[in-house]
Design a protein around this ligand. Structure first.
Ligand SMILES: [Ca+2]
Length: 310
């Protein structure tokens, strides 16, 4: 007789509140060592589930959101494309970059002017732009279409390769030679990022308290009264870790001598015995269930000639 059961069964991402006050970075390390990571909150349901775990309404815990404001990134992320130092090449104009993300809370993108120097500007602004085409002789194409940075990026990715990266002064010169005004290049930064690496896009779920986020620089995020606040990352708070739940399907073989009677009728009883065995082995959080086969039955009689198979 064989049956299939799930070990442990699927239930949504679960959370653990750790009640030791730690800095955000220490909390992140702790969650990664003991569980999976600091929590990522993607929906109202996630937020409600987390709030239920907080004992008192005014409990305040770190979540995985933190400032990514000092981190400039190129749109084109290609293995081997940047030699040492080339991803960090910059040609800022005087007093740039200067966009005030604390005030605006949005992503910041970069343009190049006719003097070859760069400025930062809010990504939703409209600019002409350059596309990079890796597979043709002409590497840089100038688009006299005003688009926001994200639309320009999609346009370049669809018709060519991407928005251009500028890896050195030679490339900067080549681009400078074709632009006729402030034009988007591929550099940008996002103000917020989750500990698990997910970038929080401007339109994605958020639960900021009124007037928040207050500061972007060196900021990490807590939740209290179900609302998010920015705090200095070196402050100490309790924290919420996420626990990755894995699902495993196991096929079990029972011999007649283990159980007598109708197995389908005894399915709950058998499952309970497995439950007890796993508990005896120290497993605490798991859930077992049988899987029905297409014929609606759990158990299937094995042919005798199969008996030697494992
Ligand atoms: Ca600027």
């Amino acid at each position: 007789m064989t049956g299939i059961y799930i070990l442990p069964s699927c239930f949504p991402q679960s959370y653990r509140i750790v009640r030791d006050a730690k800095t955000w970075t220490e909390a992140q390390r702790y969650c990664r060592e003991k569980y999976t990571d600091l929590v990522t909150i993607n929906s109202e349901e996630d937020m409600i589930r987390l709030s239920h775990l907080l004992w008192d309404d005014d409990d305040e815990v770190w979540i995985g959101l933190h400032s990514d404001f000092n981190h400039w990134k190129w749109s084109l992320k290609k293995e081997g494309f940047y030699k040492e130092g080339e991803a960090e090449f910059r040609n800022w104009n005087v007093n740039e970059p200067n966009a005030d993300t604390d005030k605006d809370k949005s992503s910041v993108c970069v343009d190049i002017g006719t003097n070859g120097q760069w400025s930062d500007y809010f990504c939703r602004g409209s600019r002409w732009f350059i596309c990079y085409n890796e597979s043709s002789e002409t590497k840089y194409i100038y688009l006299r279409k005003a688009m926001n940075w994200t639309d320009a990026q999609s346009y370049c990715r669809k018709h060519y390769t991407d928005l251009p990266s500028v890896r050195n002064i030679t490339e900067n010169k080549a681009i400078q030679n074709i632009v006729e005004g402030y034009s988007w290049i591929g550099l940008y930064r996002d103000p917020w990022k989750w500990s698990d690496g997910e970038v929080r896009h401007i339109n994605s779920f958020n639960n900021w308290k009124a007037g928040q986020p207050e500061k972007t620089m060196n900021s990490c995020v807590t939740t209290t009264y179900s609302k998010w606040n920015t705090r200095l990352c070196n402050d100490e708070y309790a924290f919420a870790c996420s626990v990755k739940v894995s699902k495993q399907t196991v096929k079990v073989m029972l011999t007649k001598s283990d159980f007598s009677g109708d197995l389908e009728e005894m399915q709950d009883e058998i499952l309970e015995q497995f439950n007890q065995r796993l508990k005896d082995h120290g497993l605490e959080e798991f859930k077992l269930k049988w899987i029905k086969q297409p014929d609606g039955k759990i158990f299937h009689l094995k042919e005798t000639e199969d008996q030697d198979e494992k």
